[in-house]
Ligand binder design. Structure first.
Ligand code: NAP
Ligand code: F7E
Length: 323
């Protein structure tokens, strides 16, 4: 009998790569997806990976507890991966209530559905390095204190602690992955790496001439989504549930990441980059740098893809898309 997984956020970047990984391991994959009037567009990422027909899409929303309970009862998953969220930090100042409802309280809904209907299921919560915000240690690990700097980060902190609390209160096998930024050709266009690679491809093809960015001094620890979903799966294969930082251990400025993209297509960044004050955030996370030692020692996991490899893969994918 193959194992069954339920993935919320299956239409997102990580949902697509995780579904691909689970299918390759013989899982029956069920994915929760919000109905929209453009449902064909919704499956774009699964389509890109050629797996849209291999997953079973369940109509549902993280805000709808009764639907989640019914789904849990019908699917009876062995593993639940909660990847759904309003995940764009900048939008969280524009939509703080929605962000709180989905990204924070949505975790209560899915954990309640697990507790009531499938308490022996293993649960993964998509926590975030944004929770470190105004960093309290140069390198952030599982023991570094949190200091969130956006409504998104505050909401993620709630989800993180609720996961810890349900593990301690009800004995659920609930793990939280504190993932640092991870990207891919399937990254949403609003995030900085994909915005850069898409713009560089457009400039190279003569469709655009400039790239407008905000704070290019910000530093991030960037890895590849395809590597990071493997860490999620490994967490749920452990006898004991726990929390893990997933990161590369390297940090780079937005400026240098951007330069890699321009250089890949033989263009000079300074000829096209424009700094736009409107793109700065009300409060910034200046630098993030993760310490992945625990994940390496306990899960045997480490990042495989370098930033250069990933950015060039993304530029090439955008050139292909636009071409
Ligand atoms: P993403 O591409 O933005 O995907 C988010 C997913 O959540 C989409 O499938 C979206 O569905 C779904 N969703 C949003 N609101 C929902 C709702 N009310 N009910 C059900 N589904 C809903 O995000 P990602 O990059 O794959 O990240 C996956 C998770 O990891 C997120 O929780 C994110 O916050 C977290 N995280 C990401 C990173 C990173 O660097 N990528 C780092 C740390 C943590 P639609 O397609 O319908 O919009
Ligand atoms: O910004 C700066 C911006 O939007 C990165 C999410 O997946 O990772 C992601 O959150 C940095 C910030 O990602 C632009 O100010 C400059 O300092 O790509 P981002 P993020 O905010 O770090 C964490 C771990 C998550 O959990 C989130 O879900 O880049 N930046 N100029 C810009 N950022 C954007 N988006 N656009 C710009 O024009």
């Amino acid at each position: 009998m193959s194992k069954k997984a339920l993935v919320t956020g299956i239409t997102g970047q990580d949902g697509a790569y995780l579904a691909q990984l689970l299918l390759s391991k013989g899982y029956e994959v069920h994915g929760l997806a919000r109905r929209s009037s453009t449902s064909d567009v919704n499956l774009t990422r699964l389509n890109w990976l050629g797996i849209e027909k291999d997953v079973r899409i369940v109509d549902g929303n993280l805000l709808d507890l009764s639907g989640l309970i019914r789904t849990m009862r019908d699917v009876k998953p062995d593993e639940v991966y909660n990847l759904a969220a309003q995940s764009f930090v900048k939008s969280s100042w524009q939509q703080p209530i929605l962000t709180g409802e989905v990204t924070a309280l949505g975790v209560t809904n899915i954990l309640e559905a697990v507790r009531l209907e499938k308490p022996d299921a293993r649960f993964y919560q998509a926590s975030s390095s944004e929770m470190y915000g105004l960093i309290q240690e140069d390198m952030q690990s599982e023991t570094t204190p949190f200091y969130p700097r956006s409504p998104y980060a505050v909401a993620k902190l709630y989800g993180h602690w609720l996961t810890v609390n349900y593990r301690e209160s009800f004995g659920l096998h609930a793990s939280s992955g504190i993932l640092f930024n991870h990207e891919s050709p399937l990254r949403g266009i609003e995030f900085v790496t994909r915005k850069v690679t898409d713009s560089v491809a457009r400039i190279k093809l003569g469709i655009a001439n400039e790239l407008r960015l905000g704070n290019i001094d910000a530093k991030r620890d960037w890895g590849h989504s395809k590597d990071y979903v493997e860490a999620m799966w490994l967490m749920l294969q452990q006898d004991e549930a726990d929390d893990y930082v997933v990161a590369t251990g390297l940090t780079t400025t937005v400026r240098d990441m951007c330069r890699i993209a321009f250089e890949h297509v033989g263009l000079a960044m300074d000829d096209h980059l424009v700094i736009d004050p409107d793109l700065f955030r009300p409060a910034e996370v200046d630098v993030l740098l993760g310490n992945p030692t625990k994940a390496k020692e306990k899960l045997g996991w480490q990042a495989k893809t370098s930033l250069e490899e990933m950015i060039t893969e993304m530029v090439d994918a955008d050139l292909k898309r636009l071409g």
